[in-house]
Design a protein around this ligand. Sequence first.
Ligand code: CA
Length: 235
Amino acid sequence: MKAKVLVVEDEEALALLAAAYLEREGIECHICGSGEEARIAFRGGSFDLVLLDINLPGMDGFEFLQELRLTSSVPVMVVSARESDEDVITGLSTGADEFVSKPVAPRVLAARVRALLRRSRIGSQPAGPRKTSSFGPFILDFDACMLSMGGKRVPLSAREFDVLAFLVDNPGKTYAAQDIYERVWGQRFGDATTVGVYIQRIRKKIEIDPGQPERILTLKGKGYRFNLEAFEGGA
Ligand code: CA
């Protein structure tokens, strides 16, 4: 079943752009230009996530969120041009699950929405086959955000899972640390060397010899590659 997102944004061009990218990811969107409109839409439909602008005509995003939280625990991603620490704190304490500051590339926004949808599904398993990927003795369960080896859970932090899931989703392709950072962290600017730290941690969990990695390869000057062939036959 398609995930459904309520997009609350008064700038029509921005709303349409975000919706276009989300729909490309197979996500259905319903756009509202005000909190009042969103209140009615939310009552009338079932949504898997709310993408919420803060500066809105009439009631602002925080007011909408506060009211929404009285009746719903739907995941909410706040997107705001107001990026003072105070606003972030207000957003998170009002019940936002994530805070994204504008401007944000629509591609990045769509990736973050998808990641939040995935995380929020841990609590409510959808019916039907689970999305999993197996390599050698490992099974990566995208819905439960879990890695297991031979039926036993391999502990991973949420971010380690996200990095691994991204690589597993794109086997055989080489990604620069910066690309991985943008796709997984959802931010264009930041310390991409963090990616290397996470790769090291993941290697300790999936490589036979983390000092001589074969499963997540480092290609000098190019980046990292998930090497599916290296799992054949190995434990
Ligand atoms: Ca606005």
